[in-house]
Design a protein around this ligand. Structure first.
Ligand code: SF4
Ligand code: MSK
Length: 678
């Protein structure tokens, strides 16, 4: 049966060009599976990237299809712009207007995706607070008490003139109400904005970009970019900034906080990564997408003794859970469930022939999974009302938080029942790597606190004395237009070689794990002497995995803690830090980039940015934004140059802080470094 289907797929793809596995990915497991896909005649994203080239005008950001008089395409003239730029659409829209409109529509898409994820979590949180669900409970009361004041919720109450602890259930309910209100309140501004350093908050206020509520800022982008509304790229990006801040310091931050309260705040744990985590003699269930609300239940159900017994009764030795993308990161951080791969490996998981069920929720899910699943026994299960697939082999089991455990059990049993349907076409690559994941604002505080545990003082101390040259957030997707994982790994290795501590999230985190960079031992192999010394002393990896895409909010809060600990300026833009997304592809990455830039961080994107066809707008976001927010965009596809742009920025900030001399001594000798202890 499987062979018959595979031949059919091969026939339909006869004309398509095939990817060279080694050119397509630096990862051997991935190369093996691409090769296997060719043998089986199944096309993957790697092949489609070879046979379909991107549109040259779209890539430059200068195609407008915002009304039916278009699409209007404004290619750059051959030889570049000489004199005045006279390009315009039918309505007269300039390349800057078109590129800026497209850019902030990407921000709207990204902010909506993160924030709607946050809203779903907030709704589940409300169900838990109201005790409407057996499955969800308030797990981390310490985090609840830490978050409550930021939402204006009191944690103490006065009884007979005495201050007493307020009832936890009452606090949870008020937190749920206040949190949900952030999406649509009629007045005021987002409550979390005040968590930023005061100087940054005042900067946003001065620039008039304090988001009012999350939904409104996204809606306003859609209005302003409608035909014939906002026609000034500066005013357009201002609204883009509001919506992006509503994502980073709103929807994403709420998602992270509420998930921590419901499912537990991550702390360091050991796991593995890559396709080799799948087991031939186990039922393999792969979760994929972004929201952890259902996958948390799948973890719980698959650990139940009676379910493990059920799997054994069907001939399996047990159940192996794994993940792709950020659902993987969520259950990795809290339970140590290993990721099977990054975004670009999603089809390959099924091509192993050993995936008994793939359970998808929202975002970053390829529709082609359904076509690949048709060639195998894999049950492909969609679970979210807003994310279905048209193909008839896809099963939809709609997740309801009120029956979460029942829904999860139905899915796990379906996977177990499917174990015996595996064909002979099974091939799991042997490659996997060990990783330590599960870091967060709290655990960085603990691990880098040293004798001052519970503060960021020692991290700052190590930055000031130059052992740690600076801190970089390296995050984001894979992009099939570049070699899988190569830019991620090259950028990160170059940074840690130059004593830059890396904080990672998203698919960069998975890529680093696959390369073995998320282990304390990797410090001795890859780091410069200063960072290696810190990692060896404290026992941490030089690359700290902070979780999923919404967990980029943890990077904002970690930077805020560094400012608070003192000695490195008064604002995030004063810090020797930089951001990077070497292989970005999603609209969410553009939203993240904009909120990181508007929070004062110099941010380099790899691949390309859809702004190159509008040089004035591109200049505005890569240079002028620094004057407003202290951070700006940059674009560099070459990963070594990319890393050195970040290092140069870090050095510039060290110089401005007057700590560049300490760093020079660190580079000179070990004795000098030791003499520097503050
Ligand atoms: Fe063309 Fe203007 Fe319509 Fe865009 S809004 S498609 S530039 S006419
Ligand atoms: S999953 S958004 S490919 S990081 Fe968050 Fe990976 Fe990018 Fe999706």
């Amino acid at each position: 049966m499987a062979e018959e289907k595979i031949t059919k797929a091969a026939d339909t793809e006869k004309a398509a060009k095939l990817a060279d596995p080694v050119e397509a990915s630096m990862d051997i497991a991935t190369q093996e599976m691409i090769e296997r896909s060719h043998k089986l005649g199944i096309d993957t994203v790697f092949d489609r990237a070879v046979s379909m080239k991107p549109c040259n005008i779209g890539v430059q950001g200068i195609c407008c299809k915002n009304c039916a008089m278009g699409p209007c395409r404004l290619p750059l003239p051959k030889g570049g712009i000489q004199g005045e730029d006279t390009r315009k659409g039918l309505c007269g829209a300039s390349p800057n207007t078109i590129a800026a409109r497209n850019f902030i529509r990407m921000i709207a898409g990204g902010a909506a995706a993160h924030s709607d994820h946050g809203r779903s979590v907030a709704e589940v949180f409300m169900a838990a607070a109201r005790k409407e669900s057996d499955a969800y409970k308030i797990k981390d009361t310490v985090k609840l008490l830490a978050v409550a004041p930021h939402l204006g919720v009191a944690t103490k109450v006065e009884v007979d003139g005495e201050e007493k602890d307020r009832d936890i259930d009452e606090i949870a309910l008020e937190v749920a109400e206040k949190a949900l209100n952030e999406w649509g309140k009629a007045e005021g501004e987002l409550l979390y904005l005040k968590r930023a350093p005061e100087a940054l908050y005042e900067k946003w206020k001065k620039q008039g970009v304090l988001p009012r509520n999350i939904d409104r800022e996204i809606v306003e982008i859609m209005h302003r970019t409608h035909m014939g509304v906002d026609q000034d790229y500066r005013n357009l990006i201002k609204q883009g900034t509001r919506a992006a801040l509503a994502d980073g310091w709103g929807g994403s931050m709420l998602a992270t906080d509420l998930q921590d309260i419901l499912f537990g705040t991550p702390s360091p744990l050991q796991s593995e990564a890559n396709l080799g985590i799948m087991k031939e003699d186990h039922v393999n269930i792969i979760v994929h997408g972004h929201e952890p609300v259902l996958s948390e239940m799948i973890v719980a159900v698959s650990q139940k003794p009676e379910i493990i017994e059920y799997a054994k009764s069907k001939g399996a030795k047990g159940i192996q859970l794994g993940g792709i993308c950020c659902t993987a990161n969520e259950i990795l951080q809290r339970h140590g469930v290993p990721p099977a791969g990054t975004f670009l490996q999603q089809e390959l998981v099924i091509i192993t022939g050993a995936c008994d069920a793939m359970v998808v929720d929202i975002q970053c899910v390829f529709q082609n999974l359904a076509n690949v699943a048709k060639c195998f026994h894999t049950k492909l299960i969609t679970t979210h009302p807003i994310a279905k697939m048209e193909q008839d082999n896809v099963i939809h089991i709609e997740f309801d938080e009120h029956y979460a455990l029942q829904d999860a059990e139905k899915i796990v049993r379906m996977a177990i029942d499917n174990f015996s349907n595996r064909g002979t076409e099974v091939m799991i690559p042997k490659y996997k790597a060990t990783q330590i994941a599960g870091f967060g604002v709290e655990s960085i505080e603990y691990h880098l606190g040293g004798m001052f545990r519970g503060s960021y003082y020692t991290l700052n101390d190590n930055i000031i004395n130059g052992r740690i040259r600076g801190v970089a957030g390296v995050v984001g997707c894979n992009n099939a237009r570049t070699r899988h994982n190569e830019a991620h790994i090259t950028v990160v290795k170059e940074l840690i070689k130059n004593d830059v501590l890396v904080l990672t999230t998203g698919c960069n985190g998975i890529a680093c794990a696959m390369e073995g960079l998320l282990t304390p031992e990797s410090a001795a192999v890859y780091c410069g002497p200063g960072l290696a010394e810190v990692c060896e002393t404290v026992g941490i990896p030089p690359v700290l995995h902070l979780g999923s895409c919404v967990d980029n909010s943890r990077i904002l809060l970690a930077a805020t803690e560094v400012v608070k600990a003192g000695g490195l300026g008064k604002d995030i833009c004063d810090l020797p830090v930089a951001g990077s997304a070497p292989e970005w592809m999603s609209e969410k990455a553009i939203s993240i980039g904009q909120y990181v830039v508007a929070s004062g961080i110099y941010t380099v994107f790899g691949v390309t940015l859809p702004t190159s066809g509008a040089p004035v707008f591109e200049n505005y976001i890569t240079k002028e934004l620094e004057k407003l927010y202290g951070g700006m965009w940059d674009i560099e596809p070459d990963p070594i140059k990319h890393a050195h742009l970040m290092i140069a920025h870090i050095d510039k900030k060290r110089k401005e802080l007057g700590i560049d001399k300490a760093r020079e001594r660190v580079m000179m000798s070990m004795a000098d470094r030791q003499a520097l202890g503050l």
